[in-house]
Design a protein around this ligand. Structure first.
Ligand SMILES: C[S@@+](CC[C@H](N)C(=O)[O-])C[C@H]1O[C@@H](n2cnc3c(N)ncnc32)[C@H](O)[C@@H]1O
Length: 434
């Protein structure tokens, strides 16, 4: 038992979360990193020496292959010196950057200054995470339907001009869950209001839809209307078997879950519900151990062999985007059949799209394989394109590290100065001793 605890602790440290948000197979749902930024003895020891100079990156920090971030997340990490946003970009999957993670422990998501914002200029904007007015979107396996609601608020947002009105008129969202409506109402306390808002915005909500047999479980009328307007996005966040009581995502179910993903992607293609030009499959997935071992980017394409002849060479993994929940309110990730939430600060949206340039209307959320070092926005010419994305570069990581390590040094210096003779510091104690 003690050995297991030790192992879990080691895994937790490897994952760069020195404050308690471990990703062991038995991840605690509510565990969030502590908010404390007080320097500890460990903070001021060896790592401080390493950080006093240039904070140079001396070891690989993160697996950066095809890794993107929203520009807003980057701005938050740099301009707001937001620790959770710095972690999203710099440290997950397995945090190799031990200097940074020791010096700057992760902080609670609520410490992000944007966590409470509902301002439409910062979230819910047309193009956020690639969702745009006029799109046709299918969500599958949505737990309490809050992700679907976040998407609905983008697709059906109040138009500011005639063009936006026209786009909005074409928006379509089919929000689905694997469970029945009664089960959802029993499990999730506020889901009634969520369904109400979804329907009043114009979304269609369907129940008991199987992501591995979409055409076989969607209602007939939905299938009929899809034949003339295929889906531009099919999204399954945190694909995982429907084992209840917080037991989903366990290590021993990894192979089962990998097969679920193969079947989902294969079925999305085989069912011919995805637009052949402007179609994309998106999945949110955690990246810390053991979830990085799923290798979702390659597993997702493996199922195409058998049933989707001809498509195998047409669909490809485009890349992944560090997930920023502040951009998608009121989304809260939920465990299967359980009202408990779980941490998603290490999650990325994995994007699968058609090879080459196909659709011009919406494009891919990650439209062009941007070269390393070029932080181009992924917007469209008419300016209503997706939220600008940035390639996560080595320079970007170095800049974020520098800002945060500098801020930490300033804090530590201030704390030390306070201890030496500031108000109520050592001076007073000395006088008392006399
Ligand atoms: C980890 S939960 C994530 C829930 C939700 N997507 C979210 O982000 O909060 C996995 C979800 O997948 C659903 N699920 C499991 N097997 C499924 C299947 N074959 N088809 C569709 N959904 C499924 C479960 O019911 C559960 O709601």
């Amino acid at each position: 038992m003690a050995k297991k605890r030790k192992r879990d602790r080691r895994q937790q440290q490897q994952a760069g979360d020195s404050t308690g948000a471990s990703i062991t197979a038995k991840e605690s749902n509510d565990a969030e990193p502590s908010l404390s930024t007080k320097p500890t003895a460990a903070d001021t020891a060896a790592p401080a020496a390493a950080a006093t100079t240039s904070h140079a990156v001396t070891q690989p920090c993160r697996e950066r292959s095809r890794l993107y971030t929203s520009a807003i997340t980057y701005q938050c990490a740099t301009q707001n010196v937001c620790i959770p946003c710095a972690y999203k970009i710099c440290t997950f999957d397995v945090a190799l950057d031990t200097v940074f993670t020791k010096m700057v422990p992760n902080a609670r998501p609520e410490s992000c200054p944007r966590s409470a914002t509902t301002s439409p200029t910062e979230c819910g904007q047309d193009g956020t995470m690639g969702y745009q007015r006029g799109m046709s979107v299918l969500t599958v396996g949505d737990g309490d339907l809050t992700f679907s609601l976040a998407v609905a608020r983008i697709l059906f947002a109040a138009p500011r001009n005639q063009q936006e009105q026209q786009h909005r008129n074409c928006s379509r969202l089919v929000a689905t869950s694997y469970e029945s409506r009664d089960t959802l109402l029993n499990v999730y306390p506020n889901i009634g209001e969520t369904i109400q808002e979804l329907e009043s915005l114009g979304a269609t909500v369907c129940y008991q839809v199987d992501a591995t047999n979409i055409a076989g479980t969607l209602p007939e009328d939905v299938l009929k209307s899809t034949s003339s307007k295929k889906f531009n996005r099919i999204t399954w966040n945190f694909p995982c078997s429907a084992i209840g009581s917080g037991q989903d995502g366990q290590n021993d179910a990894m192979e089962f879950n990998k097969q679920l993903i193969r079947d989902f992607v294969c079925n999305s293609i085989a069912s011919k519900l995805l637009d052949k030009k402007d179609g994309e499959i998106d999945m949110l997935h955690k990246t810390k151990p053991p979830f990085n071992q799923w290798q979702i980017e390659s597993v997702a394409l493996e199922g195409l062999d058998a049933e989707c002849k001809g498509t195998k060479d047409e669909l490809e993994y485009k890349g992944r985007i560090a997930f920023d929940r502040c951009l998608m309110p009121p989304y809260v990730p939920r465990k299967a059949l359980d009202k408990k939430s779980f941490t998603c600060h290490d999650a990325c949206t994995y994007v699968l799209g058609w090879k080459g340039e196909r659709g011009k209307r919406f494009g891919c959320t990650i439209p062009i394989p941007l070269e390393d070092g070029k932080n181009e926005g992924a917007g469209q010419e008419d300016g209503r394109g997706p939220e600008p994305l940035m390639v996560v570069t080595e320079d970007m990581i170095a800049k974020i590290r520098q800002i945060h390590l500098d801020a930490k040094m300033v804090k530590m210096a201030a704390a030390a100065a306070g201890g030496r003779g500031g108000k109520g510091g050592g001076g007073k104690k000395k006088r008392r001793r006399k």
